[in-house]
Design a protein around this ligand. Sequence first.
Ligand code: PHE
Length: 343
Amino acid sequence: MMKEKIEALRARFASELSDAKTPEALEALRVAFLGKKSPVSDLMSELRNVPKEEKAEAGQLINSVKSEIAEAIAKTGDKLKAEALLAEIRSAKKYNPTLPRRKKSGSYHPITLIQREVEEIFISMGFTVEDYPEIVDDYHCFEALNIPKHHPARDMQDTYYIENGQLLKTHTSAAQNHIMRKYGAPLRAIFPGRCFRNEATDACHENTFFQMEGIMIDENISISNLIYFMKSMLSEVFRRDINVRLRPGFFPFVEPGFELDISCLICGGNGCPSCKNSGWLELCPCGMIHPNVLRDGGIDTERYSGFAFGLGLTRLAMMKYGIKDIRDFNSGSLKALSQFRSN
Ligand code: PHE
């Protein structure tokens, strides 16, 4: 009697289980079959009426059907959970690693990048890095550099004057006197800075640009020291051996004065439109510091000599990064300026 009832229960459970398609339906099934008032609890109460000799066997049968049902419900529950998770994954938006990053991070201005790079190189050669104001007086910008009032060299460097007679510095050389007085000799210093000139602007000319000045003063400094330092620095910046040549150039604060050219980076010196077929690019005016300038800086000219150079930092950045229009630097155009990153 009991056996038939148990078989009937098994069959009923199996058919109802196959209809339970959601976690809620499954929970309802569990309560219906295993709860306080359920076929299993009914069978338990009926056990009382079973004859003594059959009781043990009937009890075991009831227990095993009970655990079968519990196990089947647990298994189906796990299956339903796994299916739900799979459905969620399938319906979720696909992750695509090739899509562009949406979050924009900032980037350094190309002048900052090149300035830091050149600073590192000179620091490694024993130079200190100095800062100097952008608004200076006539003495520092011109007179201390052997450019007296009414000297024709001033024509090349017209600038913006302030009512109190001060001016926006036209070149980083304006700091030379101050730095010589601050440290005395021997001395190795570089001083980057923003310079200003009253210029008509075009792709190669700007009224605001950057230079990096350098001076080295010691006993027995000669032009070969100058060539050596410039060559080492440029080879580091461009990460290849760079040929340099000196041509005579006139600046009242150096004697002799030079224009330093580097072999064209585009054609390697063979001649191309970028170097006007000459194979050379003009990069850095330089020379041996004029004794008048050393004296004004408080340096003993009997004992010391030195060289100075005025590297066009903006020019260098144009060459290194292939920037064709100098006006891009001050344009504030993020499209143009945000492509440069330090690596
Ligand atoms: N100050 C000069 C200029 O801007 C460059 C220069 C610097 C030349 C140092 C010689 C030595 O034109």
